[in-house]
Design a protein around this ligand. Structure first.
Ligand SMILES: NC(=O)c1ccc[n+]([C@@H]2O[C@H](COP(=O)([O-])OP(=O)(O)OC[C@H]3O[C@@H](n4cnc5c(N)ncnc54)[C@H](OP(=O)(O)O)[C@@H]3O)[C@@H](O)[C@H]2O)c1
Length: 321
């Protein structure tokens, strides 16, 4: 494994280059602010009447319409939601300069063929491994967030250097940039979202809460036990790894974990995880995301409403200071 850090990367491919970041949401905002602080010549491209325009101007960053931003740029970073990127690319393709570089922070749209990039452009990926808020706060603290980089198309012979210089400018190389591919980044990321951290962990927390409440435990106590301790274990695992976390807890907690954990996360769970991975690799998930967007996000809206109505939310509110 080759983990590249700042001193391994030449920043010069972005010196004198103009970067257009399309979108000013979670990643667009964080990456733009970091690029700006790294001294990159930057414009943020937004849709007409975008509600984000004032925030971009407020940050002292130049703002333009999507097509104007793209036509003046050497590097264009696609930071709108994944399910919109195919349509966005079709709109901006005629404005892309000959030999420009097109960047992504997720492999989905390119890997699943929603975008077929023009043959003359470089196509790269720099995917910070965490949310935009953390990417920005780490940068301002002088730290960085681990990231993956990849090249899908190297038309100019410069794609690798541009990807790395971009990853360095948003601060990822302070922690480390690791080479991957669009397929690997995208499949591993979608798998984790569906089957591990963002998919399974919240379900396990709420299921544990429900089991305790059903058995007569006060919802607030169930909340403190099953959900309130999540941050503590996350911090311990981040600082010491899984083995170190086990050594940092009481014998009581450790024996409970050793006897109970593998019974809950058993072969059946691994089999369901393989199903999620298969759904991702086959492109069925990417298709479901496009269909969801095309029909106005009915599943996401219903799931958000269900989550807000859960008993666990009431318990959380009653514990707020
Ligand atoms: N969320 C994260 O922290 C995170 C982490 C790692 C990687 N990523 C990747 O980063 C990329 C961006 O994700 P995100 O979560 O930052 O997205 P997001 O916050 O949902 O993006 C919102 C921004 O995209 C703009 N936008 C929405 N639809 C658009 C369209 N059709 N055309 C042009 N602009 C459009 C919005 O415009 P308005 O301002 O006009 O509303 C807004 O500025 C994705 O590839 C994602 O997988 C995200």
């Amino acid at each position: 494994m080759d983990l590249l850090r700042e001193h391994d990367i030449d920043p010069s491919p972005l010196v004198g280059a103009r970067v257009a970041v399309l979108g000013f949401g979670n990643q667009g905002r964080a990456q733009s602010l970091n690029l700006n602080d790294s001294g990159i010549d930057l414009v943020v491209g937004l849709r007409r009447d975008s509600p984000s325009e004032a925030a971009v101007r407020g940050a002292g960053i130049e703002v333009a319409g999507l097509e104007d931003a793209v036509s003046g740029a050497d590097v264009v970073m696609m930071l709108a939601p994944d399910e919109t990127l195919g349509g966005l690319y079709r709109d901006i393709e005629p404005c892309l300069r000959q030999g420009a570089a097109l960047g992504f922070s997720h492999g989905l749209a390119v890997h699943f063929g929603q975008i077929s990039p023009r043959a003359d452009i470089d196509v790269y990926l720099v995917a910070p491994k965490g949310p935009g808020t953390a990417l920005r706060s780490l940068y301002t603290e002088g730290k960085g967030m681990l990231g993956l980089w990849a090249v899908a198309q190297d038309a100019t012979g410069q794609a690798r250097q541009i990807a790395l210089a971009y990853g360095r400018a948003i601060g990822c190389a302070r922690a480390g940039l690791m080479q991957s591919s669009f397929a690997e980044e995208c499949e591993a990321d979608l798998f984790n979202e569906g089957a591990v951290v963002w998919g399974a962990v919240p379900e396990i927390l709420v299921a544990g809460f429900d089991v305790l409440v059903e058995a007569g435990v006060a919802p607030e106590v169930a909340y403190m036990e099953c959900i309130g301790e999540l941050k503590l274990i996350a911090e311990l695992i981040e600082a010491r790894g899984v083995a170190g976390m086990r050594e940092a807890i009481s014998n009581t907690a450790e024996l409970g974990a050793v006897l109970g954990g593998p019974r809950v996360v058993d072969d059946h769970v691994r089999e369901r995880m393989r199903e999620v991975l298969d759904e991702v690799r086959s492109g069925r998930f990417a298709k479901a995301l496009s269909d969801e967007a095309a029909s106005g996000y009915p599943q996401l809206k219903a799931a958000r409403a269900r989550a807000r109505a859960l008993e666990v939310e009431r318990a959380r509110r009653s514990l707020e200071p």
